[in-house]
Design a binder for this molecule. Structure first.
Ligand SMILES: Nc1ncnc2c1ncn2[C@@H]1O[C@H](COP(=O)(O)OP(=O)(O)O)[C@@H](O)[C@H]1O
Ligand SMILES: [Mg+2]
Length: 346
């Protein structure tokens, strides 16, 4: 039976748009891509994209004429990382098109103090904050506010190391004041990204997959023998190039679900309506197998692109390969059938 869903799933052409639109198509929706002209030659190759709106830059979706067109087509907009890096939190909240999930929680992802607050309220273990350079007595990571992909971050293990890194950023005009830096305990272990989906319609939390990132140049540094490392000045960067699949020791899953549940509960309390849809807890497993969360994403992450035909975990929950993008479309479909769309859109 073909059911007319009368909605179009739309997203920005970047990040995870192929997965999102393919998933929407597989669930029976029409699809729409908004993309920059220079990227169109990639997206023109895929026949699951029904409509395209070409823009000069992603920010053009702020134009009322574009938003009117999206509403005429009865679009539901799926937010992802490119939306967050293209628009401010105010601009995102003022988008006048139904957004899947809670657009208000995206501010909590973008703002370092709000982010911290939600992680603490979720009872997640987080890296220790170091109040001043005087208190550095172990390896620390020094972060900039609002930096993307760890650019400008540096490591320091004492006050002198901090001052060297700080002076470099001052000289390069990256910062104008030492206080713009934020010092955090460097968590020793392995970074892991946990993908969740929360369905307000079923009330369930689904653990959908896990990945690690392949980052340049931090992941390349180990390929340089130590005697050469010492001769060249390398300040590692964390620019994501791709993602690598992972499964967890099964005994870790209990805590994974616990963390997901706590996060869902805290976000309902702090940012109603909470976190309908995908989110990601991003942290480091220490050698004691403790998960220390350094940040979260309050929307689909690009690491889910690994599992376009279902992850090991999604395959335990769903019959046929269920990607995160398809899971979003399924939730919207259930929302339409059960007249509960208002619980999953903002
Ligand atoms: N406290 C920490 N301990 C160890 N590694 C960290 C810590 N914080 C961040 N990192 C590493 O730095 C990378 C970038 O940090 P993150 O806080 O995610 O910055 P951004 O907001 O730019 O994504 C992470 O992917 C992780 O590999
Ligand atoms: Mg990050």
């Amino acid at each position: 039976m073909v059911v007319n869903l009368r909605k179009i799933i739309c997203t920005l052409g970047s990040h995870c748009s192929l997965q999102v639109l393919k998933g929407a198509k597989d669930e029976g929706f029409k699809t729409l891509l908004i993309t920059e002209k220079k990227r169109y030659h990639v997206y023109s190759r895929f026949n699951f994209i029904d409509h395209v709106i070409l823009v000069d830059k992603f920010r053009d979706i702020l134009e009322p004429s574009i938003q009117n067109r999206l509403n005429e087509l009865k679009s539901i907009f799926i937010p992802h990382g490119t939306l967050i890096s293209s628009l401010s939190s105010d601009e995102i909240e003022n988008i006048n098109v139904p957004v899947f999930g809670n657009k208000f929680i995206l501010r909590w992802e973008a703002d370092r103090s709000l982010k911290q607050k939600l992680m603490v309220e979720s009872k997640l273990q987080i890296p220790k904050a170091i109040k001043s350079k005087e208190e550095i007595n172990d390896l620390c990571i020094v972060k900039l506010h609002g930096a993307a992909g760890g650019k400008g971050y540096f490591l320091a293990s004492d006050k002198k190391g901090f001052e060297e890194g700080c002076n470099k950023l001052l000289n390069d005009n990256v910062i104008t004041d030492e206080n713009e830096l934020y010092i955090q305990e460097y968590v020793k272990g392995v970074p892991v990204f946990l993908h969740f989906f929360y369905s307000p319609i079923s009330g369930d939390i689904e653990f959908m997959g896990v990945d690690r990132r392949y980052e340049s140049d931090i992941d390349g540094i180990s390929r340089i023998p130590s005697k050469h490392q010492l001769n060249v000045e390398i300040e590692p960067t964390y620019n994501v190039v791709g993602n690598i699949p992972l499964v967890l020791r099964e005994s870790l899953l209990e805590e994974v679900y616990q963390m997901g549940e706590n996060f869902v509960r805290a976000s309902k309390r702090l940012v109603p309506p909470g976190i309908p849809g995908p989110f990601c807890l991003e942290g480091v497993y220490t050698k004691e197998a403790k998960f220390i969360t350094f940040e979260f994403s309050a929307r689909i992450v690009a690491g889910t692109n690994l599992y376009m035909s279902g992850s090991q975990y999604a395959n335990l929950l769903f019959e046929n390969g269920m990607s995160m993008g398809r899971r979003i479309a399924l939730e919207i479909k259930n929302g339409i059938y059960k007249r509960k769309l208002n619980t999953i859109l903002t």
